[in-house]
Design a protein around this ligand. Sequence first.
Ligand SMILES: NC(=O)C1=CN([C@@H]2O[C@H](COP(=O)(O)OP(=O)(O)OC[C@H]3O[C@@H](n4cnc5c(N)ncnc54)[C@H](OP(=O)(O)O)[C@@H]3O)[C@@H](O)[C@H]2O)C=CC1
Ligand SMILES: O=C(O)C1=N[C@H](C(=O)O)C[C@H](O)C1
Length: 256
Amino acid sequence: MSKLRVAVIGAKGRIGAEAARAVEAADDLDLVAAIDRDDRLETLTEADTQVAVDLTHPDAVMDNLEYVIGHGIHAVVGTTGWTPVRLAALEERLAAAPGIGALVAPNFSIGAVLTMRFAQQAARWFESVEVIELHHDNKPDAPSGTAGRTAQLIAAARAEHGRAPQHDPTTHGLPGARGADVDGVPVHSVRLRGLLAHQEVLFGGTGETLTIRHDSLHHSSFMPGILLAVRTVPGVPGLTYGLEHFLSEDFRPDED
Ligand SMILES: NC(=O)C1=CN([C@@H]2O[C@H](COP(=O)(O)OP(=O)(O)OC[C@H]3O[C@@H](n4cnc5c(N)ncnc54)[C@H](OP(=O)(O)O)[C@@H]3O)[C@@H](O)[C@H]2O)C=CC1
Ligand SMILES: O=C(O)C1=N[C@H](C(=O)O)C[C@H](O)C1
């Protein structure tokens, strides 16, 4: 069987370099292009790419996707900075490219996907909730894509179960002290040398708290999810938001 022809955009970056190595090491995938800021996107078409993985920067991803989708290439997107407006624009672009699929994943690690799911499940049962995300000191976007998505899912679950918006008791203090407001959920962003990607979801109820914590300790945590996405996206036209839609019973994050 012929191998799937895969390109990585942002291949000199922290996660891009790891992703290029993971694709190269997979028996069923062929790394046909590994490009970064100074390289031409035309390399992708010259290499007859079938799936492009974008791991670049919020400023670059939309232009990259325009090229990729416009040239009939499926996309796996880990780059963050997504807003509802950007997602709607991507969905519209894909509607004009029948048969082409794009997965946008706020986080490719199984632990982070499960954190979001567990937080969604817990949301209806607790009066208070706050999200703390902690990342390395070079991250340009805040809050993280994962934290933003987690907060959205929590807010939607609260609304679905008729929970009133949270009460913020603050009457005195400094701007920003209560974090960013994502759909009514406070999200706090820590940037610290030595960290990679970490998140805590804190729930509070009468006389108890529940903390859900996830730590990505190495970029290898994202690789099984990226490889799953690369293999799956050609069969799923249109926009998919979140790796959870590609997960199945036989997904084995510890293999590959
Ligand atoms: N969804 C997920 O699970 C994960 C997502 N991410 C996301 O992936 C993205 C990259 O993260 P990270 O690797 O830490 O960042 P890095 O800055 O280490 O890497 C990004 C790379 O992309 C390059 N780049 C910038 N613009 C372009 C462009 N127009 N075309 C091609 N390459 C470009 C950068 O070049 P230069 O250095 O010259 O700017 C750099 O080499 C971020 O948005 C991050 O949030 C990260 C980890 C997991
Ligand atoms: O920049 C990172 O490192 C990461 N970015 C993603 C995010 O913003 O959620 C995923 C993960 O947290 C690592």
